[in-house]
Design a protein around this ligand. Structure first.
Ligand SMILES: *Cc1c(COP(=O)(O)O)cnc(C)c1O
Length: 305
């Protein structure tokens, strides 16, 4: 038994018609804590649990923290999540619903993370949101499930924040002998850290994040994401916040599932027929995200660029 669940793989009629390709949705929005993060985080937590750790510590007020909180509750391991003051009430409430101890500290993630590091005592495990081989190995299970279902896609569309999902999906493609299947890696304009690094040809740290897709807000991607892009076909795409938000709204109407703008970024590329021209069967990772409300998405849309 794993902490994550095998998720449905469905062919989307509305997205297929919009894209002009057969669009297959891997519905990781249906993971019990609302995002794909549980695959990698759950795997990492199980490995640490087997080693007998006393506590899990996270510094993510988003879906990574939620996945750690869920995993800890299921495994009977206490969880502390340090979040910055900017974290929404809703995100804190979701963490508390999973019985995590929530510590609010600092005006930015950097400060929260610094405190979180000092709390990691002997016998505790810090669970990183994207930069850890244990996470990638867990995320790779998503591709195993697609292979088991008998579908070999001609391309995979996914969103990129720190690049953990990208690393995991590339690992999954490679371990299933699908080294020839390209990955279309999507970011929003104000959070395009992978795009910047690929353009520069070396790791780049963005000065700031300016996007409603908060779950994509890593200023610098994991070095492994660049290594993946060097040994696997990875094509970087950037969409506007507005396109990501409109895709969230449209996806809610089409499939009755509410996702964060972070996931809307991948969906925005999929709704765009031009981007997918030439690919017959396209797998879209519906990575999900639990922290956005419909009211918030509408409020963002009212002012989005
Ligand atoms: C974390 C997250 C991402 C980005 O994943 P990375 O591994 O950081 O690239 C995308 N969408 C959602 C909903 C997320 O929670």
């Amino acid at each position: 038994m794993t902490l994550h669940i095998p998720t449905p793989l469905i062919e989307s009629r509305p997205l297929s018609l919009a894209a002009g390709s057969n669009i297959w949705l891997k519905l990781d929005a249906l993971q019990p804590c609302g995002s794909f993060k549980l695959r990698g985080v759950g795997h990492a937590c199980e490995v640490h649990h087997a080693r007998g750790v006393r506590q899990f510590i996270s510094s993510s007020g988003g879906n990574a923290g939620l996945a750690v909180a869920y995993a800890g509750r299921k495994l009977g391991v206490p969880v502390t999540v340090v979040v910055p003051e900017t974290t929404t009430e809703r995100a804190k409430e979701l963490l508390r619903l999973e019985s995590a101890k929530v510590v609010v500290h600092g005006s930015s993630w950097q400060e929260a993370n610094t405190l979180a590091q000092t709390l990691v005592g002997q016998g505790d495990a810090f669970i990183h949101p994207f930069d850890d081989p244990l996470l990638w190995a867990g995320h790779a299970s998503l591709v195993d499930e697609v292979a088991e279902a008998g579908l070999k896609p001609d391309a995979v569309v996914l969103s990129v924040g720190g690049g953990g999902l990208l690393c995991g999906v590339v690992e999954g493609l490679q371990r299933n002998g699908w080294g020839d299947v390209p990955v279309l890696a999507v970011e929003t304009t104000g959070a395009a850290s992978l795009h910047a690094a690929l353009q520069a040809g070396h790791p780049v740290e963005l000065e700031r994040i300016d996007s409603v897709a908060t779950s994509l807000g890593a200023k610098r991607v994991a070095d492994q994401a660049l290594a993946c892009a060097a040994r696997h076909p990875v094509h970087s795409h950037v969409v506007s916040d507005r396109a990501a938000l409109e895709a969230c709204e449209r996806f809610l109407l089409d499939h009755r599932v509410l996702v964060e703008p972070a996931c809307g970024a991948a969906l925005a590329l999929t709704y765009d027929a031009v981007a997918l021209a030439g690919y017959r069967n396209v797998l879209v990772v519906v990575c999900g995200g639990a922290t956005a409300t419909l009211a918030q998405i509408h409020a963002w849309l009212a002012v989005a660029e």
